[in-house]
Design a protein around this ligand. Structure first.
Ligand code: AMP
Length: 283
């Protein structure tokens, strides 16, 4: 099986019109490529609940904070198509930046509130870029359902808010984080770690899971977070941009008895890693 690659929007729309005329449901998995098992888990979820599945591959320039990070982002389209081939994906949509953002493109979607702390504070404009491209991808694909990873927890909340606020007719499906055997959450950026750094990158989730367990068992929150931050620094991470416990749904202060989330962004070997884990605080 090969995966049909579609680039022009008109071609995608013609394909989607055909599917919709037969009453078929359409799932979309938005990605920036350099696919790994985390992405493939979203594709499996989409295949399980939709008649047709579109994977989009677009390295969105608007969500990067530096030209260097955008330039360095891995681009592996041929390998990506090969990885998708056995999964029965109906289309790999790879739009041109010139079609996504033609000259004169002037609309930016900005979700306030949930986009502001954490990633929003450290990556100004990032979530405007995400919200804008996600809205464009929903409009381009006409999908009924869209699949996002919990790996990017704050992004998931931003997209859920976007869809609710703009009454977009698409259901957002959240999929759990897929981790390597040592616990490191899979990420396209992991490829940029040196072998030595990759060897101890799993200290990040190890420290986070331990802190989450401790706080769930009633350990004092600030002291636990401080200890976790210094564990990371001691293990060679730096800077630790944030390691914070927040309410899982609002990203406001974590409250007893409500779902909370421990979220972190930390640099290792010049690579920015993010992760998050669930915490259940005692009442
Ligand atoms: P990206 O290509 O990094 O923009 O990610 C595309 C989608 O895959 C997003 O919804 C991510 O949250 C999701 N994703 C990335 N890594 C993982 C992972 N390790 N487990 C689950 N989903 C992931």
């Amino acid at each position: 099986m090969t995966t049909p690659i579609i680039r022009p929007l008109d071609d995608l729309r013609a394909q989607v019109r055909g599917w919709k005329s037969r009453g078929e449901t359409i799932g979309v998995v938005p990605t920036m490529g350099a696919l790994h098992d985390g992405h493939l888990s979203l594709v499996h979820a989409a295949k399980a609940s939709c008649d047709r599945v579109i994977v989009t591959l677009f390295v969105n320039p608007r969500q990067f904070n530096s030209a260097e990070d955008f330039a360095k982002y891995p681009r592996t389209e041929v390998a990506d198509a090969a990885l998708l081939a056995p999964l029965g994906v109906d289309a790999l949509f790879v739009p041109d930046a010139a079609e996504v953002y033609p000259p004169g493109h002037s609309t930016v979607i900005s979700v306030s509130g949930v986009s502001e702390p954490l990633e929003g504070a450290h990556r100004p404009g990032h979530f405007d870029g995400v919200a804008t491209v996600v809205a464009l991808l929903f409009n381009m694909t006409g999908a009924d359902r869209a699949f996002f990873g919990e790996k990017d927890w704050q992004q998931l909340l931003v997209v859920q808010r976007l869809v609710r606020d703009l009454k977009m007719p698409v259901e957002i499906v959240a999929c759990p984080s897929v981790r390597a055997g040592d616990g490191l959450a899979l990420s396209s950026r992991n490829q940029r770690l040196s072998p030595g750094a990759r060897g101890h990158a799993a200290t990040l989730p190890a420290v986070m899971f331990r802190a989450a367990n401790d706080m769930g068992a009633g350990a004092e929150i600030n002291a636990t977070l401080d200890a976790a931050r210094s564990d990371l620094t001691g293990a060679g991470f730096g800077p630790v941009e944030y390691l914070e416990l927040r309410d899982a749904l609002t990203l406001g202060a974590a409250l007893p008895g409500r779902p909370a989330r421990l979220l972190a962004a930390a640099w290792l070997d010049g690579v920015r890693l993010i992760d998050n884990v669930a915490v259940t605080l005692p009442n």
